[in-house]
Write a protein that binds this ligand. Structure first.
Ligand SMILES: Cc1cc2nc3c(=O)[nH]c(=O)nc-3n(C[C@H](O)[C@H](O)[C@H](O)COP(=O)(O)OP(=O)(O)OC[C@H]3O[C@@H](n4cnc5c(N)ncnc54)[C@H](O)[C@@H]3O)c2cc1C
Length: 466
């Protein structure tokens, strides 16, 4: 049931027939759409937000408010020195972000995390947007991709099916996903290379880089058996009500594969064929876990075929049983969710515009970022980029050394397009700072160096946009 019913339509404060070509239309008034509207409106652009709720509901939203938090009430760590999402908070605050200012105003005690009183938060975001002289809200579902005008599509993970189909017709079926099937992503520096080695199966590839593209972790029989037992015993998450399990044909969770037979994984993603252990060439592994490079920087690797519905705590325990990953640090853990997102690395340009229809930008979770904060962050950039374009002064994207820049660089080109899955902000997306100690010991200094550099460069970028 919807508990908050805003007025169904707030008429624009300006004559709608005037200046239509200069109006920015934003589809979806969630985390991204709300922030995009705020940023563009503050830059002097007239904005119409098209929001389908409360007329059309989703299985996760409860209210008709803009910027509703659909699940947890946490914006995660607020530590801007040692945590990448905390740094993103900092950058959004520095850019006069509405989502951050409102979250700060409705903060709840939660140690180092930024927890938010969810209903007053979304009510306040709605009220501030409705009160803005440059913003109007139209409560309707948008079902087509518009040919004309300036648009931002920010319809999120639960994009309505009509619009999802229209997007798919434009992008092709392969470039729009309705589920994410996320394999865990590991920081390359945390892999024990005394155990793991680099090799592509059957040494395939034209170049040395291709022939050594994968990280391989070997298992003997007892290790494999123990791993299967742990997979079978692990706590799993259930689907939310309203989510379907239609993903099943395409990408089975590893624990489901294990349930189908103890040997299934050994003949699937963990098959040992075509690989020779560089440390013990005479020993044939019983099973091999492969990790594939996940970003152009080579700092992140995903565990191939290891999408999973195991709970997060169980995942770290089970995956650290893999030889070579005993001390693995995870940039993100695996999951399978209902999630509409596009293949941004192939579809979007560096300014978040659809290459095939540059009058349309995408923002938020639908671009392949993950999380409230990351979605709002991409809304912030899209709103500013759209406003700058309307003013005839297109923006250069922020440098990849900032949290904002690291995220936009990842989704618009840094990520591997073939295996693209939604991504949280994390330090693995940042170019390394030269001359700092690697490994766990150097981590604190390294993170501080990343965040110091990011803050300076974000301020400098903001100064160029004024
Ligand atoms: C079930 C679920 C739980 C999640 N839990 C968390 C969590 O705990 N923590 C976290 O950080 N992230 C979570 N996420 C991920 C994600 O970060 C949030 O969903 C976030 O709100 C995404 O922001 P967004 O602006 O991209 O989309 P949303 O905030 O979902 O906003 C999109 C808006 O577009 C509207 N819309 C959709 N289609 C149309 C259309 N055709 N026309 C007009 N309007 C339309 C929707 O009604 C919605 O208001 C969760 C996602 C889901 C699906």
């Amino acid at each position: 049931m919807l508990s908050h019913h805003p007025p169904l339509r707030r008429a624009p404060a300006w004559p709608i027939w005037q200046d239509m070509s200069e109006t920015l239309h934003i589809v979806g008034g969630g985390m991204a759409g709300s922030e995009a509207a705020w940023q563009a409106a503050n830059a002097g652009v007239r904005v119409v937000i098209h929001e389908m709720r409360p007329k059309v509901e989703t299985f996760a939203h409860r209210t008709g408010n803009l910027a509703e938090m659909v699940c947890s009430n946490s914006f995660r760590s607020d530590d801007s020195e040692q945590n990448a999402v905390g740094l993103l908070h900092w950058e959004m605050r520095a850019a006069n972000g509405l989502i951050m200012a409102t979250a700060d105003a409705h903060r709840l005690p939660a140690g180092g995390a930024l927890a938010v009183d969810r209903d007053p938060f979304s009510e306040a975001v709605t009220a501030r947007l409705m009160a803005h002289p440059n913003i109007s809200v139209s409560y309707e579902e948008v079902t087509e991709l518009p040919d004309q005008g300036h648009w931002i599509i920010a319809t999120g993970p639960l994009t309505s099916s009509a619009l999802g189909q229209a997007i798919q017709a434009e992008t092709g079926a392969d470039a729009l996903a309705f589920f994410d099937a996320i394999a865990p992503i590991v920081y390359a520096e945390s892999v024990n290379m005394d155990v793991a080695w680099m090799q592509s199966r059957y040494d395939k590839g034209e170049t040395e880089e291709e022939r050594t593209a994968y990280l391989n972790c070997p298992m003997d029989k007892p290790q494999y058996e123990a791993f299967i037992d742990a997979l079978l015993a692990a706590d799993k998450t259930e689907f939310h009500e309203g989510e379907t399990a239609g993903y099943f044909d395409g990408c089975l969770p590893i624990e489901v594969m294990a349930e189908r037979g103890r040997e299934t994984l050994r003949h699937g993603p963990m098959k040992p064929v075509g690989l020779t252990n560089a440390h013990k060439p005479e020993e044939k592994a019983y099973a091999v876990v492969q990790l594939r490079r996940d970003n152009a920087l080579g700092t992140l690797f995903n565990i191939v075929g290891f999408q999973t519905k195991m709970k997060y705590g169980a995942q770290t325990d089970v995956f650290r049983m893999i030889p070579g990953l005993e001390n693995a640090s995870f940039a993100r853990l695996g999951g399978i969710h209902r999630n509409t997102f596009i293949n941004s690395p192939t579809l979007l340009d560096g300014n978040m515009r659809l290459k095939s229809r540059p009058n349309i930008r995408f923002a938020g979770q639908i671009t392949g970022v993950e999380g409230y904060v990351e979605s709002a962050a991409m809304g912030l950039l899209a709103g500013r980029m759209a406003a700058a374009e309307l003013a005839g002064q297109p923006l250069t994207p922020p440098p990849g050394t900032t949290a904002m820049g690291a995220l936009i660089t990842h989704i618009t080109g840094g990520a591997e397009a073939k295996t693209f899955q939604p991504m949280n902000v994390n330090f693995g997306l940042f170019p390394p700072v030269d001359g700092l100690r690697g490994g766990r010991r150097g981590r604190k200094d390294r993170y501080k160096a990343y965040t110091d550099r990011a803050k300076e460069e974000w301020q400098a970028w903001l100064a160029t946009t004024d």
